[in-house]
Design a protein around this ligand. Structure first.
Ligand code: CTP
Ligand code: MG
Length: 235
């Protein structure tokens, strides 16, 4: 039977958050950001195990609730997110098969709902490529020059925000990230590496609350979505 695994890049420093603590360790509703993130994945019955990429200078991970958890293994992170993910995939290859699915999910997205994970799995498990949780763009989109002057209004239909998890088969994803690295193509998500191989990942509509904590203020928003999830079980 094909299995599902999760790889969680958590080796960033959160520069845009402008806080002395890396954002994945900032407090949120009595826990830290990454504890909320991992909670959903660790408790998901269809996920066989998790690999978390931790920064080499990180001294906070060991104090989280998931350090030493039997379903959670760690690897050292790399200089870029893609490097951290590649380290996680390499580690996973010791226990997972090439056709097993891997869900790569940002540590900085603490509001992931289990039903979004299920929707991704259900819609993609027979897919030849794999795909990405996201949301269709709602606003009118503008392209600008360096001075923020509008140069064009971009057709909105067919535009999406790409979230995580991004789900691909282990063998394909390793090949995609290796190829992108070899070709010197900077990839900010797994899908772009797969696209670089000439394949077309599938977008799967997810919940808008699955935000990435990126800038000051996002924590308040994440707190709101977590509270909503608790009170209503879903948004
Ligand atoms: N990440 C990682 N290894 C890196 C860089 C990022 O594992 N070398 C992880 C982050 O910890 C985060 C996810 O990738 O969970 C998404 O990246 P991003 O939001 O860019 O986080 P940071 O790089 O930490 O933030 P910033 O870009 O503002 O510095
Ligand atoms: Mg970054």
């Amino acid at each position: 039977m094909t299995r599902f695994w999760a790889v969680v890049p958590a080796a960033g420093v959160g520069r845009r958050m402008r806080h002395s603590l890396p954002k994945q360790y900032l407090p949120l509703h009595g826990r830290c950001v990454i504890e909320h993130t991992l909670e959903t994945l660790v408790n998901h019955p269809r996920i066989s195990g998790l690999v978390v990429a931790i920064g080499v200078e990180d001294s906070y991970w060991q104090d989280t609730a998931f350090a030493g958890h039997p379903r959670v293994q760690t690897v050292p992170g790399g200089p870029e997110r893609a490097d951290s993910v590649r380290n996680g995939l390499e580690h996973l290859a010791a226990s997972a098969g090439d056709t097993d699915w891997v869900l790569v999910h940002d540590a900085a997205r603490p509001c992931l709902l289990p039903e979004d994970v299920d929707r991704l799995m259900d819609q993609l498990q027979a897919d030849p490529v794999g795909g990405v949780l996201g949301q269709r763009v709602r606003d009118t989109m503008k392209r600008t020059d360096a001075g923020s002057r509008v140069t064009a209004t971009v057709e909105r239909s067919g535009l999406w925000h790409a979230f995580t998890p991004q789900m691909f088969r282990l063998g394909l994803l390793r090949r995609a990230l290796d190829t992108a690295a070899r070709d010197g193509v900077a990839v900010t998500d797994e899908a772009s590496a797969v696209e670089h191989l000439g394949m077309q990942p599938q977008m799967v509509e997810g919940h808008a609350g699955n935000i990435k904590v990126t800038q000051p203020g996002d924590l308040t928003l994440a707190g709101f979505f977590l509270q909503q999830a608790r009170h209503h079980e879903r948004f």
